[in-house]
Each structure stands twice: as C-alpha cells, then as structure tokens.
Design a protein around this ligand. Structure first.
Ligand SMILES: CC(C)(COP(=O)(O)OP(=O)(O)OC[C@H]1O[C@@H](n2cnc3c(N)ncnc32)[C@H](O)[C@@H]1OP(=O)(O)O)[C@@H](O)C(=O)NCCC(=O)NCCS
Length: 216
C-alpha cells in the first residue's frame, strides 16, 4: 500500500504512514501550532502517534480515509490526508513540521493530493475546515484554488473547546485558479495557479484509495 499510493512531487514523496514514521510524527506534533490548530490530543504522546498510524492504515483499508506522510530528502516534514471520504466528497487536512514551513512544501503536497483526489479518485468535492483565524492554513487552501464558503459558529472542537470554523470547498469543475477570500486581506502578489494536470472527464463513480492501490 505504501508504494502503490505513493505520490511524488519535485521535492517530496508522499506515502501512507508506517511504523517507521511514529517517532518523527510524535516529535513534530509537540509543536504548539500543530496542537493549537489541529484536533490532535494535547499533550501528544508516542502512543498517540502509534494509534494515529494504526488508525490511518485501518481507515485506508476501509476507504474512509487516505493519509500520506510527507518526506523530503532529510526525512518526515508533514502529514496530509483526505478524511471522511464518502459520496464523492472528502475533507482535506494537513500539517507541516515547524522547521519545514514557509518553503512551499504544504502547497506542493496539497497540489499532489488535490490532483489525486480529483483525478484517479474521481472525487467531486473536497472540503477544508479550519479554526477561524488560522491564516497559514487558509492561505494554503486559497493557493490550491479552494473557495471560501463561510463560517460555522462553534463548528470545530479543538483542545476540549468549541471554536468558530472557516469552511472552504473545491469542486471538480472549478478551474483551481486562486480567488480572493473575504476573511483574508487581498494578496499583493498575483495568485498563482497550482493546478498540474488536466481534469479527467467525469465518466464513472468515485473510487476508493484502496481500490486504486489494488487496480492501479
Ligand atoms: C498550514 C501549514 C500546513 C502551511 O504549510 P507551509 O508548508 O508553511 O505552506 P507553504 O509554504 O506551502 O505556503 C502556502 C501558502 O500559504 C502562505 N502561508 C504559509 N504560512 C503562512 C503564514 N504563517 N501566514 C500567512 N501566509 C502563510 C504562503 O505564503 C503560501 O501562499 P502563496 O503561495 O500564495 O504565496 C503550516 O503552517 C502548518 O503546519 N501549520 C500548523 C498546523 C495547521 O494549522 N494545520 C492546518 C489545520 S486546518
């Protein structure tokens, strides 16, 4: 499964997490920003990382989820996944380790996952949710072509409390050109289009990641 679902970009390799990744995941998830903006347990123990890897493998097998550990030449730099996969839709989630941020890795990995989701997986919609105010995550989603759809009051639970959530979406018919978001200051630099591959014609039903791994 690790090899068959692997995605490669210019600088990164994305592959389903395995036991060898547990220590690096545990270390990266000590970062306050990951704990602040994601729903991981806090404090985050090595057992939490081991349980995360086991859960990812199981949910990938059932088709509920597809998660990739992101590696550069030095080692693990982040995690990205498609969650709650059902009815042709999924939710994207990601974190990059503190030392790897600001180098375009999030956007590079995100672009590969969006290509995979709207390409071989044939999903029709990808959703993004974040705690309101998470500008780094919002900017990354914006750069991938997601369009802001609104704020859900107390829409997310992180660290034991409910907080307002921003929601954005990308549908397979979108051209993936970045657009301005009302909750973000207008960009001074032109928004780059990250779409890499032409969108396939939608001729058949969505496929699970597991079936793609088996059939190619
Ligand atoms: C969100 C996160 C994954 C971004 O990863 P990254 O590798 O640093 O992102 P990139 O370098 O690829 O940048 C992608 C875009 O976001 C912008 N961006 C990244 N960090 C930013 C920040 N702190 N503030 C404003 N914009 C930011 C970049 O300028 C870039 O936009 P552009 O291409 O239009 O110029 C990373 O900050 C992170 O892990 N945060 C903590 C966990 C988290 O919030 N996860 C998401 C939960 S919803």
């Amino acid at each position: 499964m690790r090899e068959t679902l692997a995605l490669r970009t210019a600088r990164l390799e994305l592959a389903p997490p395995i036991a060898d990744d547990i220590d690096a995941i545990h270390l990266a998830c000590q970062d306050p920003a990951v704990q602040r903006w994601t729903a991981i347990p806090s404090p985050y123990t090595r057992d939490d990382a081991a349980a995360f890897v086991a859960r990812s493998i199981e949910r990938s097998r059932t088709g509920e989820e597809c998660t990739w550990a992101v590696h550069d030449a030095e080692g693990l730099v982040g995690m990205i996944g498609l969650h709650r996969i059902a009815d042709g839709a999924a939710e994207i989630g990601y974190w990059m380790s503190a030392g790897a941020r600001g180098r375009g890795y999030g956007a590079e990995a995100g672009c590969a996952v969006v290509d995979f989701a709207l390409g071989p997986m044939r999903l029709e919609r990808i959703e993004w949710h974040a705690v309101a105010g998470n500008e780094a995550s919002a900017r990354l989603a914006q750069s991938l072509g997601f369009r802001f759809e609104g704020t859900r009051r107390e829409g997310l639970r992180t660290d034991g409390r409910r907080e307002d959530a921003w929601i954005a979406g990308l549908v397979s018919t979108d051209d993936r050109s970045p657009v301005e978001w009302p909750v973000l200051a207008p960009r001074t630099a032109p928004l780059r289009v990250r779409r890499r591959r032409p969108r396939p014609a939608r001729t058949s039903a969505p496929r699970t990641a597991a079936s793609i791994a088996l059939q190619g």
